[in-house]
Design a protein around this ligand. Structure first.
Ligand code: AQP
Length: 332
């Protein structure tokens, strides 16, 4: 039987975080053994929040190197740059015409992003989920591993696909989101009411996959706990500590309760030191792989070129069918 298709991507809008790893990359690594996986580097999405200090070319190579360092195997999975496959933007225009403005306007991410980008509220931010739907639907995707923040976008994608199928007959697979039970929303270290985001201006909220040991310790130390340092740990309402437990579980695959029991009767500073240590040891492996891979520019370019050829073949064939269905078939 033909393997089902998995599609997912990350914007090269900055340095990847442990949130990106725990929420999605970890899932990708597992899924590539069972499915045909297609992983995009979503540069078109990243220009919706373009900043002058973006170095897209380098960000793309950094992102690819981290995919590989985390365990994505280019011999098993297709990895490509979104803007290399023009079919995505072509399909995106078509799908615009099958999406209600009201549906789009309800997207939570849109509402958040226009607040964070108040000086650049471009329509790309509004149309972001339609481009995402095009990315997914173009490959007849069955599963889309994402973090919780993307759930609403996948629901929109499913609505668009159903609407299209109802009009033109069975065209698109209706993709299912794969959202982890634990680790689907790693929160910011200090401001625990929002998720950890690579573009957060407060760097103390983020642990990057390439974070240095001393900075991991520093950032975790900054998490607010009981002022009496010698007190034994109480997790109760301390979202900062619960977030760390979630991170530890996400990185190691061990249950949260196991860590809770382990830290029972310990004091806050022990908790923070041990947690920082576990995180650092995990990151060191990835960082060693990363720095080896990142040097090999022509190897990285070959992977992207190979991915482009493979993705293009599928995208071209599928877009042709869609174009015919909507009646764009005038021949000269
Ligand atoms: N904190 C997180 N916890 C769990 N999953 C996360 N993801 C992102 N942050 C977390 C998931 O990673 C995938 C790729 O995300 P993206 O970079 O394409 O877009 P994003 O969701 O907007 O991620 P960021 O880090 O917040 O990027 P910026 O700051 O550039 O907007 C998605 O599946 C996402 O759910």
């Amino acid at each position: 039987m033909k393997k089902k298709i998995v599609f997912s991507g990350i914007q090269p809008s900055g340095k990847l975080t442990i949130g990106n790893y725990i929420g999605v990359i970890k899932q990708w690594v597992k899924m590539q053994n069972k499915y045909n996986c297609i992983f995009s580097i979503a540069d078109l999405h990243s220009i919706t929040t373009y900043k002058n200090n973006f170095d897209l070319n380098n960000n793309i190579l950094d992102t690819l190197s981290l995919y590989l360092a985390c365990g994505i195997n280019p011999n098993k999975s297709i990895i490509f740059i979104q803007s290399h496959i023009y079919e995505h933007t072509q399909l995106s225009w078509i799908l615009n015409c099958y999406t209600n403005y009201g549906e789009l306007n309800r997207m939570i991410q849109f509402k958040k992003k226009i607040i964070n980008n108040s000086k650049n509220i471009n329509t790309g931010i509004l149309f972001y989920p339609i481009l995402m739907a095009s990315d997914i639907l173009l490959y007849n995707t069955s599963y889309v591993p994402v973090g919780l923040d993307q759930k609403q976008h996948i629901e929109l994608c499913r609505n668009i696909a159903n609407k299209f199928n109802n009009i033109y007959g069975n065209t698109f697979n209706i993709p299912k989101p794969c959202i982890l039970k634990n680790g689907n929303r790693i929160m910011s270290l200090q401001e625990t009411n929002k998720k950890m985001s690579k573009s957060d201006k407060n760097l103390n909220n983020i642990i990057y996959l390439l974070e240095k040991k001393k900075d991991v310790f520093k950032k975790i130390k900054l998490i607010k706990t009981d002022s009496k340092k010698k007190y034994k740990i109480k997790y109760n309402n301390n979202l900062g500590l619960l977030n760390i437990l979630n991170i530890l579980s996400g990185l190691t695959g061990k249950k949260i309760n196991k860590f809770k029991n382990h830290f029972n009767n310990k004091i806050y500073s022990d908790f923070k030191n041990e947690a920082s240590n576990i995180i650092t040891i995990f990151l060191e492996k990835i960082q060693e792989n990363y720095y080896n891979i990142r040097k090999k520019k022509s190897f990285l370019k070959d992977i992207l070129n190979y991915g482009k050829i493979k993705a293009k073949k599928i995208a071209k064939k599928n877009l042709f069918k869609i174009i015919k269905k909507v009646g764009l078939k005038f021949k000269i």
